[in-house]
Design a protein around this ligand. Structure first.
Ligand SMILES: [Zn+2]
Length: 515
């Protein structure tokens, strides 16, 4: 059957509209070059998006022959890419190729008449893209700069893999060796001490070491020259070989039982293996250092550190990891609770052990007190349907804490007492305006009844901001009242009463309005 081939003008149209570059965005190879003194060759292909004949890749029977060899069905590619897309049409459907074509044309339009970046420009572009003054720069442009940078650097010394990331105004270039690469480092006298300590920590303990590059010369690869001289890097971080690891914290005897997962990394130094990870959304840092002792024994030292900064500015009506964090802290601080861990690498158990009592009990107790405050603040803000940021730096007075605790208890329906919780003989003072007639009536009957006590709306302070909470009614029952004394002040009589509680006495406080 006849092939619906493209005409020469259609191919030329496709070639010109993408500036002669391969339309695969990951390739962008030029396709034209000189041959001999005056001739030229073109390795580009005007490829069919939908195949030219039945059985071909992405063939569309419904298409007319005219459309099949029309401009809408052509994509300009280098030979390599045209082979790839035809060999695996499932991975390169027509929609993908059409998207390539559109973006290749857009880039050709953008780049037309503009000077191409040279090797040095890559760094200037990178610096510009990463710098603070970035008018009109798009994330895509930053991505392209990164890719260009990586390609350039890898081309300098193919023994290395290079990747770049950009965050907080800094570009990080990560260099990994594909094979053993020997190199030497010359370090100026003034940096020698920092370098010695950093390298030792890296080699012995498997720790990351960030070291200054002032007065430091690397020899052994052109890549170092390029990075050092042209990219003007400020520091180098030596990363130990790290493997992702998962630490499970187990405290099965707590209520509810805790099985918290901490994601982290296992790094190995000459003298120790170290796990470091963060859990509870950054609130908890865990470090466990395994040191081999005599024989086959391994000694482990665990450190749990809390980091409340992970909460700063987060929504106070919904602090992340609040409940699990409190449960963990309570278990850690409970000397009778036993918290163990299981360390997994690649899905296999690598180590298991027990957590040691934390060194900084006092700090951890303070953290727990704050977490309790955060829980009460959450309860009350949710009840009031208010939103506020957590402020870990706000100083909280004991009175504010106590007032919030009371309101939180009312919200949770927990502000209630049983007979056994009340010691002594409670009294109260009641001001009566009717000469005490109705009160004395109640007292005279001598029966147990329900006593109601109303309190007006009040204010509660949460993270330094005041909120109004509704009036409350407290119910005490069953009680009997006894008059202890009376004091007349003009129209008002103040009665001092003793409250006698029945054995089945309970009290409970509610808000008067239901939200
Ligand atoms: Zn290509």
């Amino acid at each position: 059957m006849a092939r619906d081939d493209f005409t020469k003008p259609t191919k030329n149209q496709a070639y010109q509209r993408v500036a002669g570059r391969c339309s695969n965005p990951d390739c962008r190879a030029t396709t034209s070059a000189p041959v001999g003194e005056v001739d030229f060759s073109n390795v580009g292909v005007g490829a069919h998006i939908h195949a030219a004949s039945p059985g071909g890749p992405r063939y569309l029977a419904a298409m007319t022959a005219e459309d099949r060899c029309g401009f809408g069905n052509i994509i300009w590619l280098c030979q390599t890419c045209s082979t790839i897309i035809d060999r695996d049409p499932d991975s390169y459907p027509a929609e993908t190729l059409k998207a390539w074509k559109t973006s290749a044309e857009a880039r050709a339009l953008m780049e037309q008449g503009k000077r191409l970046p040279d090797e040095k420009d890559i760094y200037r572009m990178a610096a510009m893209a990463m710098g603070t003054r970035t008018p009109g720069f798009y994330p895509e442009a930053i991505g392209n700069v990164h890719k260009a940078l990586v390609d350039q650097l890898e081309a300098v010394d193919p023994r290395f893999t290079v990747s770049t990331t950009y965050s907080g105004g800094n570009t990080t270039i990560t260099v990994g060796a594909k094979e053993t690469v020997s190199f030497s480092i010359k370090i100026a006298q003034e940096s020698a001490d920092v370098w010695r300590k950093g390298l030792q920590a890296s080699i012995d303990e498997g720790r990351e070491a960030t070291l200054p590059l002032d007065g430091v010369v690397f020899e052994g690869s052109k890549l170092f020259d390029v990075l050092h001289k042209d990219a003007d890097l400020a520091s180098i971080t030596i990363m130990p070989t790290a493997r992702p690891a998962v630490l499970k914290i187990l405290a099965p005897q707590t209520e509810p039982a805790i099985f918290e997962t901490i994601n982290g990394q296992l790094t190995a130094g000459r003298k120790q293996i170290r796990f470091a990870g963060a859990g509870c959304g950054g609130l908890l840092d865990v470090e466990i250092i395994f040191t081999p002792t005599n024989g086959d024994d391994v000694h482990s030292v665990s450190t749990l550190t809390t980091n409340l900064k992970a909460w700063q500015g987060k929504e106070a009506a919904n602090p992340p990891y609040l409940d699990v964090f409190i449960n963990l802290l309570e278990a850690i601080l409970d000397p009778s609770a036993s918290i163990s861990f299981v360390l997994g690498v690649d899905g296999n158990q690598a180590a298991a052990g027990k957590f040691h009592t934390p060194k900084h009990m006092e700090a951890m107790n303070e953290t727990l007190a704050f977490a309790h405050y955060a829980r009460r603040a959450r309860n009350v803000l949710r009840y009031l349907r208010k939103s506020a940021p957590i402020d870990i730096f706000e100083s909280i007075s004991t009175d504010d804490h106590r007032a919030l605790a009371r309101v939180s208890d009312i919200v949770e329906g927990k502000l209630s007492y049983q007979r056994s919780q009340i010691t002594g003989s409670p009294t109260m003072t009641v001001a009566c305006s009717d000469g005490g007639i109705s009160l004395m009536e109640v007292v005279r009957k001598g029966e147990f009844s329900v006593l109601q006590q109303k309190e007006p709306a009040s204010m509660v302070t949460i993270y330094g901001k005041q909120y109004e909470v509704p009036p409350t009614t407290s119910y005490y029952s069953p009680v009997k009242l006894h008059i202890l004394s009376r004091k007349k002040k003009k129209e008002i009589i103040d009665f001092r009463l003793r409250i006698e509680m029945a054995d089945n006495f309970t009290s409970q406080t509610f808000f008067d309005v239901q939200h």
